[in-house]
Design a protein around this ligand. Structure first.
Ligand code: MN
Ligand code: MN
Length: 319
């Protein structure tokens, strides 16, 4: 394979220059000669509280220009092992969730057909349903590794089945994921009732709450994840409200008592060796993110995702 797509050299042109693409990657709408594609999914009709995550992708791209190509946490020079582009944004139809789901699924299918690993940037969490629909068509039922303060397994919001709070119930019902090989991590905060968490378990998911995760080392969390997903194809979904609002104020439904960005980095970085076929990071709401720390955090989470793609390439013989 010819490794032709890599970021602009920031030693040649300063990082604040140029049109903002993710990590200063070339904006090329190709499915060829790439291992991963960063894609914006600017859709926020599924939000139940504050909306505006449709502007998440552009804010994350803006802060991602700070990223450098060598990841010391994994000791990897990313673009020595892989090629990737900023694919741009998927087309959506604001206000029309089912039409947008159709559009997102179709556009994502095109990338998956070429075995490209998508790094999807939301948007509210409702977009993960069409992500999983496309994944399941390509790979069969996937294992979900889901970081979030919410389980998003409610049945309906305001009588509606498709929202950012109902995604993982729909995913289980539609058999897009195998809940018995999936895990939800970080649940906390006030609930409508005691059944909210049990409902997730009743669907078959394993849940590690924030209180439980506080008792685990990153390595122990990794072991729990590996034990759960095995060698099944994995989709990783990271809702930025997994982080404490101190670290991620720019999100629609914040929950206090959460994790630091340092901890999230450790947890994600430890997902080496899994058969990960796709990632998303969702729920960045730039209008509530005055110092842009949420966008910066999301950019760095996506960077860890890309690093995992590179790590996988290196482990499998690299070039
Ligand atoms: Mn969520
Ligand atoms: Mn959430």
């Amino acid at each position: 394979m010819v490794h032709k797509y890599a970021p602009v050299d920031s030693q040649q042109s300063p990082r604040f220059t140029g049109v903002k693409t993710f990590m200063r990657l070339p904006h090329v709408r190709t499915e060829e000669e790439i291992d991963f594609a960063v894609v914006g999914v600017p859709f926020d009709t599924g939000g139940s509280f504050a909306v505006g995550t449709r502007f998440g992708p552009e804010a994350v791209r803006s802060m991602s220009s700070l990223l450098r190509p060598y990841n010391p946490g994994l000791d990897i020079d990313i673009f020595a092992y892989c090629s990737g582009v900023d694919y741009g944004d998927f087309a959506v139809n604001p206000g029309y969730i089912e039409e947008s789901y159709q559009l997102i699924e179709e556009q994502l299918a095109k990338l998956l057909k070429h075995r490209v690993v998508p790094i999807l940037i939301g948007g509210d969490h409702s977009v993960t349903l069409p992500h999983l629909r496309a994944m399941a068509k390509q790979y069969g039922k996937v294992s979900l590794v889901h970081f979030d303060s919410h389980g998003d397994t409610w049945d309906a919001y305001f009588g509606k089945k498709y929202t950012h709070g109902t995604v993982f119930r729909r995913a289980a019902e539609e058999e897009l994921v195998d809940p018995s090989r999936s895990i939800q991590i970080g649940m906390r905060g006030s609930l409508y009732g005691p059944s909210d968490l049990k409902d997730g378990e009743a669907l078959g998911y394993r849940i590690i709450t924030t209180d439980q995760l506080r008792q685990l080392t990153p390595k122990e969390l990794r072991e729990a994840i590996v034990q759960r997903v095995g060698d099944n194809p994995v989709f990783v979904s990271f809702d930025v409200d997994f982080l404490d609002p101190v670290y991620a104020p720019g999100t629609g439904t914040p929950e206090i008592g959460g994790f630091a960005t340092f901890e999230a980095q450790q947890y994600v970085r430890n997902l080496t060796g899994l058969h990960i076929v796709g990632f998303d990071v969702v729920e960045v709401l730039p209008d509530r993110d005055p110092a842009r720390v949420t966008s910066l955090a999301a950019a760095n989470i996506a960077y860890e995702f890309i690093s995992l793609v590179a790590w996988g390439k290196r482990a499998n013989g690299g070039l």
